[in-house]
Design a protein around this ligand. Structure first.
Ligand SMILES: Cc1cc2nc3c(=O)[nH]c(=O)nc-3n(C[C@H](O)[C@H](O)[C@H](O)COP(=O)(O)OP(=O)(O)OC[C@H]3O[C@@H](n4cnc5c(N)ncnc54)[C@H](O)[C@@H]3O)c2cc1C
Length: 441
């Protein structure tokens, strides 16, 4: 077996389409293609599961177990005979020889699709990256869940009031849907769960600070949605700091551009994402802002006929979308489906159809009975919006079991005002010596 066949995938006479990433885009594309007999589909992912990122915040806050928002990629596509999955991290692309290099060997392709998503963007602030928490993957969400609980356990052990307050305080940087949803969930925990779990702590002193650099939260949504989400958060006791930019965080003190500073043991960075270019496809001229790959209207990477990119990693700059499409699930899914059709057209020597994004609207939830929904012609907030939010999330979750488990959990949590997955399964190692003997707190 030559090195190029190291992944043990039969070389057929069919064109081989290699997809990097089993997220929203990669799975939508693989589903479209794998039904067809005229191509061989190989999907590579560094994890053997698909992650439903919109519900990561519920894992971080003990509302859901991680396995209810993850799903085995092999299971999603197990009924397709010309489909191959390999657990592999793609490290390099060699377009001149149509080969990719992975941690388990090399693989040749006829068409390559990069659907590798994005990572947290700390905008070069290494101190925040080192000391703050990201929430982009399941392991990161479990780290955050552990840290939150460990901080409260630690708060019980100190009789220094300043230290105790800092251990119970939260700073969430970024007022987009992720920041808003996390802040709302933490506020509900503070109200309904902490007083019962920690009767010997004055948990009313815990502060949840949502910090937004711009002048409104949910800036991608309508003014109404943004205003209503603010009202909802304030009614839950969240402090919203607008026009405030966090500049550093050493693990205990977050400084801002103004005099304002926060003493908090938990800082969650939800202020942006960026692409992670793969070596060989990282030339300056093909990278747009946020390290995304510039693609044409067919999702073809600029200058590479046989390489495509979809989802978060792709930046399709058009008059309507000068910054590319929003880094959200819908553009990834729709690009995956469109590219599936186009690759089949290519194989049949037919002309490709350009991608046209159908914006289905956006939504965010703040907590029980509180959500905001912006559809094209109809915008609404409150209880109905909250039910719509739940329905849509259940609908897009992959796997019947996961839908049932999440639904049952939500009903249980609603009826019992509880979140029972507050478990430190995988301790997060925090250096608590940082918090000792602080005179400045
Ligand atoms: C906390 C959070 C909340 C969100 N909430 C919403 C929401 O409410 N609504 C919404 O529409 N969007 C939301 N998003 C955004 C949405 O999840 C992304 O836009 C979407 O996942 C992008 O899909 P994708 O297919 O491009 O990438 P992803 O779904 O991120 O998938 C990328 C895949 O590539 C794999 N991969 C990466 N690099 C490699 C490599 N080198 N080799 C092999 N495999 C690799 C990864 O393991 C992953 O499985 C949220 C994101 C986060 C983090």
């Amino acid at each position: 077996m030559s090195d190029i066949d190291a992944l043990n995938i039969p070389k057929l006479s069919l064109p081989r389409i290699v997809i990097v990433g089993g997220g929203f885009g990669g799975v939508a594309l693989a589903k479209k293609l794998s039904k067809k007999k005229e191509v061989q589909v190989v999907l590579l992912d560094k994890n053997n599961y698909h992650t439903f990122q919109p519900l990561l915040y519920q894992v971080s806050t003990g509302g859901l177990e991680p396995d209810s928002i993850a799903y085995p990629i092999r299971k999603i596509l197990q009924d397709y005979s010309n489909f191959y999955f390999r657990l592999a991290e793609v490290q390099q692309v060699r377009p001149e020889s149509k080969v990719i290099v992975t941690n388990i060997g090399q693989l040749s392709y006829d068409y390559l699709v990069i659907a590798a998503g994005s990572t947290t963007n700390f905008f070069g602030n290494t101190e925040i990256e080192l000391n703050g928490m990201a929430m982009k993957t399941i392991p990161q969400s479990l780290n955050l869940r552990s840290l939150i609980l460990e901080n409260f356990e630690q708060a019980l052990l100190t009789d220094d009031l300043h230290e105790r307050d800092a251990l119970m305080n939260f700073v969430i940087v970024g007022g987009g849907p992720t920041g808003v949803e996390l802040a709302g969930a933490l506020a509900e925990i503070k109200k309904g769960i902490l007083p019962k779990d920690y009767p010997d702590l004055d948990t009313r002193r815990a502060q949840i600070n949502l910090v937004q650099s711009g002048d409104r939260i949910l800036k991608g949504m309508s003014d109404n949605a943004s205003k209503k989400a603010e009202d909802f958060l304030e009614s839950l006791g969240v402090n919203i700091w607008k026009n405030t930019r966090v500049t550093t965080y050493d693990g205990k003190t977050a400084l801002t551009k103004t005099e304002l500073k926060f003493e908090a043991a938990t800082l969650v960075w939800a202020a942006g994402v960026k692409g992670v270019p793969i070596a060989g496809l990282d030339a300056k001229e093909i990278l747009a802002g946020g390290n995304r790959l510039k693609v044409n209207e067919f999702n073809q990477v600029i200058g590479h006929d046989r390489i495509f990119a979809i989802g978060d990693i792709a930046c399709m700059q058009t008059d309507a979308t000068p910054q590319g499409h929003p880094m959200m699930a819908q553009p990834a899914i729709q690009q995956g489906r469109n590219l599936g059709e186009n690759l089949l057209r290519l194989v049949h020597d037919e002309a490709m159809e350009p991608f046209v994004y159908k914006d289905k609207g956006s939504m965010a939830t703040v907590g029980r009975n509180k959500a905001v929904v912006d559809l094209k012609h109809y915008k609404f907030q409150g209880v109905f919006a909250w039910f719509i939010w739940m329905f849509i999330h259940l609908f897009f979750l992959i796997g019947f079991r996961n839908r049932v488990v999440v639904f049952v959990n939500w009903v249980y949590n609603y009826v019992r005002f509880d979140r029972e997955a507050r478990l430190i399964i995988r301790p997060y190692q925090r250096d608590y010596s940082l918090f000792k003997n602080q005179k400045t707190l």
